[in-house]
Design a protein. Structure first.
Length: 358
């Protein structure tokens, strides 16, 4: 009798082990989904009460703020909000590229707080409750490959609201960095165009990784205008080189003057006597000092319009100092996309310019 009972017990244990191992093996064999999102999409995971309160207001104010200098306002990020329950109810919601998960860790009844506590572990949670400077953590590939997860937390709602403000620039850079590969894949879908790239090098003496589908619209000494004509948008790059004379060349007024000079000489529409000019009345031209191709540069953003025609759009201009040659590189990127959102086109042009090498 005892022998039969032991035999049954061993058999039951073996079955349980087999089932458990099979289930574990099945999970391992399941393909890991690849994260997919539209460009600059950000999923915010928070309890509904949190999303409807001051913390949610701050998230929307900063992360959905206007992308810099576009004719019509477009958000920096396209926000989607999910509670943990909503996230669990629809598996595809766990397969996006970028997540911001936020919670007040003092609220033991918070399901989002439970998620953060589980992911961080007790030691980090204890630190977060006692050390106000520890309020952000970054993870990856939680539910799918090529995912970025930013955890933002605090020991109370007031501090969490403040951390949204304080951490906004850093979190923005982290998320935008994650989308760079997606932008690169979109821009260079057909691969680089070595013929156009070499032509740019021959005419203006720089290396710029040009994608396919661009054509040479104008070619002159030390100047080239490249254009990508699509049904929904026309992307443009005007690139020139000229001698460096003084620091005043890097002023906002000079950037506007250069744009207007080339716009009047090169860019027109079917309307008689039309030409492109800078519109710094409806929106200001905003510039900042940056490093481009490891060199001193000024980046300027604004909007352009066509004199004699109802046409316009955003532009992004660069002046780059080629110190070794004692010359200045001018790059003007502008988009014409009537009735379409223009943020993503500007991000694509910015990505092309970022490939610059002197």
């Amino acid at each position: 009798m005892l022998k039969n009972w032991l035999g049954s017990a061993y058999l039951l244990i073996a079955i349980c082990l087999l089932v458990g191992c099979t289930e574990e093996a099945r999970k391992r064999l399941e393909p890991t989904p690849i994260a997919i999102s539209t460009l600059n999409q950000l999923a915010v995971i928070a309890d509904q009460e949190m999303w409807d309160g001051p913390v949610g207001d701050s998230i929307r104010y900063y992360f959905a703020s206007a992308f810099p200098i576009l004719p019509q306002p477009e958000p920096l990020f396209d926000l989607k909000h999910f509670t943990p329950a909503e996230l669990e109810s629809e598996p595809t919601r766990r397969e996006l590229k970028a997540y911001l998960i936020l919670a007040d860790l003092s609220q033991n009844s918070s399901t989002t707080g439970d998620m953060i506590r589980t992911d961080l572990g007790p030691q980090k949670v204890d630190r977060a409750l006692t050390d106000e400077s520890y309020n952000v953590s970054v993870g990856k590939d939680k539910w799918a490959s090529d995912q970025i997860i930013v955890y933002l937390f605090a020991p109370d709602k007031e501090l969490l609201t403040q951390q949204v403000v304080n951490r906004f620039p850093t979190i923005t850079k982290v998320i935008q960095k994650k989308y760079e590969r997606q932008i690169d894949a979109t821009v260079y879908l057909g691969g680089p165009d070595n013929i156009i790239t070499n032509k740019v090098k021959d005419i203006v003496g720089i290396s710029l990784k040009m994608p396919r589908e661009y054509i040479v619209a104008v070619e002159q000494d030390n100047l080239i205008w490249l254009r990508n004509d699509r049904d929904e948008a026309i992307n443009n790059l005007i690139i020139s080189r000229f001698p460096y004379t003084s620091q005043s060349q890097f002023s906002t007024d000079n950037i506007i003057s250069l744009r207007d000079q080339y716009g009047k000489a090169l860019v027109s529409s079917t309307a008689q006597d039309s030409y492109m000019t800078t519109n710094d009345v409806d929106l200001p031209v905003v510039d900042q000092q940056i490093q481009l191709a490891d060199s001193y540069a000024i980046e300027a953003r604004g909007i352009w319009e066509m004199v004699g025609e109802f046409m316009g759009g955003p532009f992004l201009s660069y002046l780059v100092l080629d110190e070794k040659a004692s010359e200045v590189i001018f790059i003007d990127a502008f988009v014409f996309a009537p009735g379409k959102r223009k943020r993503d086109y500007m991000l694509q042009l910015e990505h092309i310019v970022s490939s610059l090498e002197l």
